[in-house]
Design a protein around this ligand. Structure first.
Ligand SMILES: O=C(O)CCC(=O)C(=O)O
Length: 455
């Protein structure tokens, strides 16, 4: 009926006004009120809102819904999807050009809460039209034939006699690839396997149970959905995702689905420890003090995304996740043995072949800018899964938690000695987030790049 929203001073909420998406600018002390379906009448207008929370979860809000809305939602959950809706979303037959109402189909699919896996389980042999990417031919959606491999770095003795050798390898990999994978990282392989199995178990729960976690509510530290950008991307991608906010505040553990709660909480402990080691090595690789990135709070804000890529009946028409760079500082990614992750290396898409026991690490946009281009944030994507076996991956994004109006990010000042010029201007996280939310998945660094006249 009515929603009252308490919004933090972070950007992200947008409201549809006519044909335009308009930013609801945070105003300290203000509460936001919006009209729900039940009050929708001539005089009170229910506008579509969206929270453009990205997988980095850089903005947090708290929404207080009226009880009535909640009850109605629960009733909706219990209702079986209507026949017409099932037909439209599960039968990928494209209606005639004039009949196709994309926004309506997307909404119906989202409200069914069945995710891509639900479509597959219902026997779909084609994908709904809003998943189909234009110009798939130009995307080269094939398994990579490149013979290149991302660097594999053995982290054993990273704190003792092999440290300088490892720093050199990480620096080189971060500069040339923006990606590397680590082995002998001190996380037991059984923990890797158990974490993947737990995420699989959650996704394979009966839809009625799993869909209780499916929502796009602002402020929630846990949500499950198909594509965080479902309502703003030009084509959807074939995966379902469970997202958890792990820091800077501890996660609300009870909200994490039972099926993977213990494993994901434990995974965060391991990944944070590993992040600390990696950030020390990356700081030293730049010639900075070991604790520099940690001091800049880069370990504190952590967001976990657990992706489930079910079998896709038309993998040549869509993607598992579109090409993008990660906006934050650093990403630590665990993938299973199915494959499909590709990284752009020069003009080529190179597959990151799964290696049991290895963990993939990549540089984000913020670290590329903080390192003044010493480290590179590189485009990557995942192909839609053509195999009957689902693909599972679990990423943890590290971001700075210091986000005040006077906390500036940009090239670290110590790197600008000896006449080195800054490639980026400084910005606050508020500005960074504003940019982040005004785009589809893509890359952010160009926006902050300083244009220098060529001599
Ligand atoms: O699933 C993967 O391997 C990659 C996921 C990814 O790129 C992301 O979540 O940003």
């Amino acid at each position: 009926m009515l929603t009252v929203v308490l919004q933090k001073q972070a950007w992200g909420l947008q409201v549809k006004h006519g044909k335009e998406w308009v930013e609801v600018k945070p105003m300290h002390g203000a509460l936001l009120v919006n009209i729900g379906d039940l009050l929708h009448g001539d005089r009170l207008v229910n506008l579509i809102t969206r929270s453009v929370l990205d997988s980095t979860q850089l903005a947090f809000d708290t929404a207080i819904k009226s009880k009535q809305t909640k009850d109605i939602k629960n009733q909706r959950l219990e209702q079986k999807p209507r026949k017409r809706r099932r037909k439209m979303t599960m039968n990928g037959d494209a209606p005639g050009e004039n009949e196709y109402d994309r926004a309506k189909e997307v909404k119906e699919f989202d409200e069914s809460k069945i995710g891509c896996k639900g479509l597959v389980d219902s026997g779909a042999t084609t994908i709904p039209r809003f998943f189909i990417h234009p110009n798939t031919q130009s995307l080269q959606l094939t398994q990579s034939s490149s013979s290149h491999l991302i660097p594999t770095i053995d982290l054993s003795h990273a704190l003792s006699h092999r440290r300088s050798e490892i720093i050199h390898q990480i620096r080189h990999a971060s500069h040339t690839w923006g990606f590397f994978q680590v082995i002998h990282h001190d996380i037991p392989i059984s923990v890797l396997d158990d974490t993947i199995s737990a995420v699989r178990s959650f996704n394979e729960l009966p839809t009625e149970i799993k869909s209780q976690h499916y929502h796009r509510e602002m402020g929630s530290s846990v949500n499950f959905q198909t594509n965080f950008d479902l309502y703003r991307s030009s084509a959807a991608t074939w995966r379902d995702t469970l997202q958890l906010r792990l820091g800077p505040d501890p996660p609300v553990v009870d909200r994490i689905p039972d099926a993977c709660r213990k494993e994901l909480v434990e995974w965060d402990v391991h990944v944070r420890r590993m992040g600390e080691v990696l950030m020390g090595l990356l700081s030293e690789g730049l010639g900075l003090e070991k604790g520099k990135l940690e001091e800049m709070t880069c370990l504190e804000s952590r967001q976990l995304v657990a992706h489930y890529y079910p079998y896709c009946p038309q993998p040549d028409l869509t993607l598992g996740i579109g090409s993008h760079t990660d906006p934050g500082v650093l990403t630590v990614l665990l993938q299973d043995q199915v494959g499909g992750l590709q990284v752009k290396h020069g003009e080529e898409w190179v597959e990151i072949k799964p290696m049991h026991g290895a963990i993939v690490v990549n540089i984000g946009d913020l670290l590329q800018m903080m390192s003044n281009d010493e480290y590179k944030s590189v485009e990557h994507r995942v192909l839609a899964n053509p195999f009957r076996e689902p693909r599972i991956s679990i990423g943890v994004f590290f971001n700075p938690s210091k986000r005040g109006d006077t906390d500036y990010y940009g090239p670290v000042p110590e790197l600008l000695c000896d006449g080195k010029v800054a490639h980026y201007r400084d910005f606050t996280m508020g500005e960074f987030m504003g940019r982040l939310f005004s785009r589809e998945l893509g890359t952010l660094v160009n926006h902050f790049k300083l244009q220098r006249p060529s001599i």
